[in-house]
Every structure is written in structure tokens, then in C-alpha cells.
Design a protein around this ligand. Structure first.
Ligand code: GDP
Length: 446
């Protein structure tokens, strides 16, 4: 999967990383090529446009990390954006909600998408990897062959199927499956709904009725990855009409352009949970955004290099800061660095939890309603100070305060709060420093 996209992108980035210095023009040209490559891979236009815009913003806004080239850094930014666009908020990927047995899983999708095959593949996986007892049932009453196909696959993988009763409606089969799953002590029961060549009212109606009968824990849409944008459109429509919890994209072993996988999450908001990579029963993979992004970009070495360089620099920064704290120095630049780190680490609680003796203050701050917005305001206030003021906040009197607050678009009150926090923190730093060099603080900064 993704071969041609991967080839295109690695071409762009090889050119970029082979240079020592990059101009803004170099980056712009490269990103234009990235955009074309994404569109050729059938990524939807808004997604491709957004992607390039975000990379551009980050590439121009970020200071270049020591010991890597700007080109390498751009590769890392592109990699991170690929992961972000594939993962969304990252929740729920590769995992199925199957607590509270028997957990119903509804499988929906168009005919020929690989729905029946995927149902069996997933059942096999649940049985072998998660050690679940699974029952499968086909609701495709229009196509007896489809019902038999599931039965045959079930025998092949050693998973039970609900006995076929001729002339039953899909709704009746769903009820019987639910009951059988309960009585038979199954952990999971999977319903393979009828597929059509196109989404039509009857198909949707039936799927919706079945959904209301069993209240599925997961409603998985199976789409054919080879159909590109159409797969994304199908997902939007199914989600709109029935509500889906995730997507399984099949035929990712083929030479499809793969762009649908990149658009899916951004367009539908639903995660791809698994991908089908062949006809065999074990040709199913969990969808790992990191791994897929790595495969698309094919530049894992560079990504690792930049990560390492960034980690080293953060460690050096922390070491430097620690030395200053031990001498009892803690100015506005230090505070700004702390605040920025808090934002990166997911807010106040992340960083404060790392420092000893900060628990109490953390609580106070939390009670004062300290959130990301407040942190950003405080950073704006510090940015509005002169170099001299940042180094010696003691010199701030009324007129300077007014100027600073105005510069940040905030009130003097806000600045006073910041100054109070700075005083408290610097007192604490002094105490911690006195606790002995190489003492608690040093431990904590490790
Ligand atoms: P359904 O009509 O949606 O139930 O589709 P089927 O499960 O019957 O699958 C249709 C065909 O696609 C079968 O020949 C499957 O073996 C094949 N198929 C399903 N998933 C994959 C996949 O991930 N890769 C490949 N290469 N073939 C697949």
C-alpha cells in the first residue's frame, strides 16, 4: 500500500534533505510538490490543502534544532502531520469495545467491499488474540450464497455461526443471534448485514432496524480501499444514516493510491480501526498511524534523528535551568520556558507533578482556574516585556505595567497575577536550591 505516494514524497524530501540551508522558497516548492503528490494519491482537496498549510506554518514558526538540517526537520514535521491526520485524537484505534458480554458488533458496507471476509477475519482475531468466544450470523437474506459463505468461513477458522433458518427476516435473525449469544455464553456476536451495490433506502432501513434491536457496541463499516474517494463518501453516508464507530479498509494490499486512508479520519471523524491486506483469514492488520506514516514517508531514520536531537536539547535546557535555580535565579525568561513546556506537556498538571513540593501550588493554581488559555495569556505578557524587564521583573512600576498589559491586550490585574506567581515560584526555587546541590531538584529534573 501507498507505494506510489511514498515514492513521490521520498523524491521530494531527498532533494530537500540533501541541502544544508533551506530558503523559504525551497520549502514552498517542496510543499507544492507534496500537495500534488497527495492529490494524485486521491487525498481529498481540503484535506491536502489543510495538511500543507499546517506543515508550512510549523516549518516557518519553528526554530531549527541544533545538529539536524532544516530539510530533516521538515521531514519530521511532515511525519508528525501525517500521524495527526491519520490518527485524529488517537482514541480507539485498533481496539474494539467488547466489554459487557455478549457484545454485539454490526458489520455494514456495500456488496463486494469484503464485508463477509472481514467479519470472519475479525472473528478469528478476537478468538485467537483476545481469547473471546465469538458467534457470527449473516443477515443477507437476499443472497443465500452469502449466508453459506460465512458458515464455510466459520468452520474454517473454528468460529460458531448461527444456524441458517430459511425464510427468516434480517430482523428475526438479529433477535435470534442476540438470544443465542446470551444463552450460549458468547463474549461477542457479529452481525454481517446485507450489502447492496449502492446505498439505497431499503438497505439503510434494514440496517437501522437491526441496529435498534441489538444496540451494537461497534458498528464497523467495511470499505474497499481501491475505490479511493468513493470509500470516504460511502463512509460519510453510512455514518450519517446509521452511525458508525469505525472503518475497516480492505484491499490495502493492492496498488490503490491509498489517499482514502489519509482523508477518512479528517473527513468523517471516524477512525480506521483495521486494514485488510489480502484474501487469507489472517490478512488483517491493526491500523497504526505511526507505522503507516512511516511507511508512506519511508524516512524513519531521519524522523528518529530529529526526535533524538530535540530530546537532547530539551535535556540540555533543563540542565541549564536547574543550575540557575540552584543559584536562586528564576527570571521571566525561565518562567516563559516553563509555561511553554507546560503547554507542550498538556497543561499545568503535567509539569508540576514532576517537581517536588509543587503539589500544593498545583492545587492553588488549579483552583484559580489555570488553563491553557491563561498560560497563553501569561506568555503574551512576558513577550510584551523588554529584555531588561524580563531579567529583572522587580523594576516594574505602574507605567511599565500599563504598557506591558496593553501590549498583550490584557489588564494590569492579569500582569499582577503573573508577577505574584513568579514571586512564589522563585521563592520555591530558592528553597529547593538550598535543599542541596544534587538534591531533590536535580532528581526531579532528570
Ligand atoms: P462482501 O460482498 O462485502 O461480503 O465481500 P466478500 O467478503 O465476499 O469479499 C469479496 C472479495 O474480496 C472476496 O474474493 C475476498 O476474498 C476479497 N477480499 C476481501 N478483503 C480483501 C483484502 O483485504 N484484500 C484482497 N486482496 N481481497 C480481499
Amino acid at each position: 500500500m501507498f507505494e506510489s505516494l511514498s515514492e513521490r514524497l521520498s523524491g521530494v524530501f531527498e532533494r530537500l534533505t540533501s541541502r544544508g540551508a533551506l530558503t523559504e522558497d525551497d520549502v514552498r516548492t517542496a510543499l507544492r510538490e507534496v500537495r500534488v503528490a497527495l492529490l494524485e494519491a486521491d487525498v481529498s482537496l481540503p484535506v491536502a490543502r489543510d495538511f500543507v498549510r499546517r506543515v508550512q506554518e510549523k516549518a516557518t514558526g519553528q526554530a531549527v534544532t541544533k545538529s539536524v538540517t532544516p530539510g530533516q526537520q521538515v521531514v519530521k514535521i511532515v511525519h508528525d502531520e501525517l500521524v495527526a491526520v491519520l490518527a485524529g485524537d488517537g482514541a480507539e484505534i485498533g481496539r474494539l469495545k467488547i466489554d459487557n458480554p455478549p457484545a454485539p458488533i454490526l458489520m455494514v458496507g456495500l456488496q463486494g467491499s469484503g464485508k463477509t471476509t472481514t467479519t470472519a477475519k475479525l472473528a478469528k482475531r478476537l478468538k485467537e488474540v483476545e481469547h473471546k468466544r465469538v458467534l457470527m450470523a449473516s443477515l443477507d437474506t437476499n443472497r443465500p450464497a452469502a449466508m453459506e459463505q460465512l458458515e464455510i468461513l466459520g468452520r474454517q477458522i473454528g468460529v460458531d455461526t448461527l444456524p441458517i433458518v430459511k425464510g427468516e427476516t434480517a430482523q428475526a435473525i438479529a433477535r435470534r443471534a442476540k438470544q443465542q449469544a446470551l444463552l450460549g455464553g458468547y463474549d461477542v456476536y457479529m452481525l454481517d448485514t446485507a450489502g447492496r451495490l449502492h446505498i439505497d433506502a431499503e438497505l439503510i432501513q434494514q440496517a437501522a432496524e437491526v441496529r435498534d434491536i441489538v444496540s451494537p457496541r461497534e458498528t464497523l463499516l467495511v470499505v474497499d480501499g481501491l475505490t479511493g474517494q468513493v470509500a470516504v463518501e460511502v463512509a460519510e453516508e453510512f455514518d450519517d444514516k446509521i452511525g458508525i464507530t469505525g472503518v475497516v479498509m480492505t484491499r490495502m494490499d493492492g496498488d490503490g493510491r491509498g489517499g482514502a486512508a489519509l482523508s477518512m479520519r479528517a473527513v468523517t471523524g471516524k477512525p480506521i480501526k483495521f486494514v485488510g491486506t489480502g484474501e487469507k483469514m489472517d490478512a488483517l492488520e491493526e491500523f497504526h498511524p505511526e507505522r503507516i506514516a512511516g511507511r508512506i514517508l519511508g524516512m524513519g531514520d531521519i524522523v528518529a534523528l530529529v526526535e533524538k536531537a530535540q530530546a537532547t536539547i530539551e535535556a540540555e535546557e533543563a540542565e541549564r535551568m536547574m543550575k540557575r535555580f540552584q543559584k536562586g535565579r528564576f527570571n521571566m525568561n525561565d518562567l516563559k520556558m516553563q509555561l511553554e513546556q507546560m503547554l507542550r506537556m498538556g497543561g499545568m498538571e503535567g509539569i508540576m507533578g514532576l517537581l517536588p513540593g509543587m503539589g500544593k501550588m498545583q492545587k492553588q493554581i488549579a483552583e484559580a482556574g489555570f488553563d491553557d488559555k491563561v498560560i497563553r495569556h501569561q506568555i503574551a505578557l512576558i513577550n510584551s516585556m523588554t529584555k531588561k524587564e524580563r531579567a529583572n521583573p522587580q523594576i516594574l512600576q505602574a507605567s511599565r505595567k500599563k504598557r506591558i498589559a496593553r501590549g498583550a491586550g490584557l489588564e494590569v490585574q492579569d500582569l499582577n497575577r503573573l508577577l505574584k506567581m513568579h514571586r512564589q515560584m522563585s521563592d520555591m526555587m530558592k528553597k529547593l536550591g538550598r535543599m542541596g546541590k544534587g538534591g531533590a531538584l536535580k532528581q526531579a529534573m532528570r
